[in-house]
Design a protein around this ligand. Structure first.
Ligand SMILES: Cc1cc2nc3c(=O)[nH]c(=O)nc-3n(C[C@H](O)[C@H](O)[C@H](O)COP(=O)(O)OP(=O)(O)OC[C@H]3O[C@@H](n4cnc5c(N)ncnc54)[C@H](O)[C@@H]3O)c2cc1C
Length: 241
């Protein structure tokens, strides 16, 4: 197995995604490339030598030595508020990766795909959506994106633009726009039955978000008859320490 090494990474661009999330683009000399769905470890080192590291999914497919992440602030968190609010263009951190070989989508795959994301769990799914578009893939994609309210939407402009073969359903959990008839609530069986693919289509399912969300959505997919080996999950629980 390839040994992963820490590499210096310079922040070359940053943009607010929502009031509490920011997309960060790093230049990482010698970056070996990655697949949509993989993540990296980010390490911060303080002046006194203290270090903290956390995992973050890549938000975009491989593009030379560039690595793009989107980070949500966890209130009282150690690392995420620094990445979202403090890190400036020109600053350096260290990255290690790419990590993960199961929660990945490969452009040569033609099977239908169901993406189910909760909150910042949209990040690796967006990488898959972008990889599909970049490759000119015709694999049919459906995205179910669960989020508290419309202001929490990541990649809002990009996801509004037409992308043939990609269908998107927003599932609001706290407050829905007026024109949406579905009441704000957590993801339920009907949501996956209506916005997903029938199990008989044998779609590859990718579920990502907070642990509770992932477990609930995966259980619903199983209840709808999707085969366990077709359900890939990524849990955004606490990391590092
Ligand atoms: C494979 C993987 C990929 C990830 N990708 C992303 C990503 O793309 N974008 C992103 O924003 N985050 C992602 N995360 C979560 C990320 O690694 C950190 O856990 C998160 O940024 C919080 O770190 P922190 O140092 O700010 O908080 P900490 O100081 O670690 O924790 C502060 C408090 O918040 C709780 N907490 C920590 N993390 C979470 C969490 N994720 N959800 C709820 N409570 C939490 C802790 O238990 C603690 O009580 C990913 C996690 C994994 C395992």
């Amino acid at each position: 197995m390839r040994r992963l090494t820490w590499r210096p990474a310079e922040l070359v661009a940053a943009a607010a995604e929502t009031a509490s999330a920011r997309t960060l683009r790093f230049r990482v000399p010698g970056w070996p490339g990655h697949l949509a769905g993989q993540h990296v470890d980010v390490r911060l080192t303080a002046e006194d030598g203290y270090t903290a590291q956390r995992s973050y999914s890549m938000a975009a497919p491989a593009d030379g030595d560039l690595v793009e992440l989107t980070v949500e602030t966890v209130t009282d968190g150690e690392v995420s508020p620094y990445l979202v609010e403090e890190l400036r263009v020109g600053d350096q951190v260290e990255l290690r990766g790419p990590v993960g070989g199961w929660f990945v989508w490969r452009p040569e795959s033609t099977a239908p795909v169901l993406l189910v994301g909760g909150g910042s769990g949209i990040v690796p799914l967006m990488s898959m959506i972008r990889a599909r578009r970049q490759a000119g893939s015709r694999a049919p994609f459906r995205l179910l994106y669960s989020l508290r309210d419309p202001d929490r939407r990541y990649y809002a402009d990009e996801l509004r633009r037409p992308d043939p073969g990609l269908d998107i359903t927003y599932l609001y959990t706290r407050s829905a726009p007026e024109h949406v008839s579905r009441p704000a609530r957590r993801i339920m069986l009907d949501d996956l039955a209506e916005g997903g693919w029938p199990a008989s289509f044998e779609p590859d399912c990718y579920v990502c978000g907070p642990t509770g969300f992932v477990e609930a959505a995966a259980d619903l997919l199983l209840a709808l008859g999707h085969a366990p080996e077709r359900i890939r999950t990524e849990r955004f629980g606490p990391t590092g320490g």
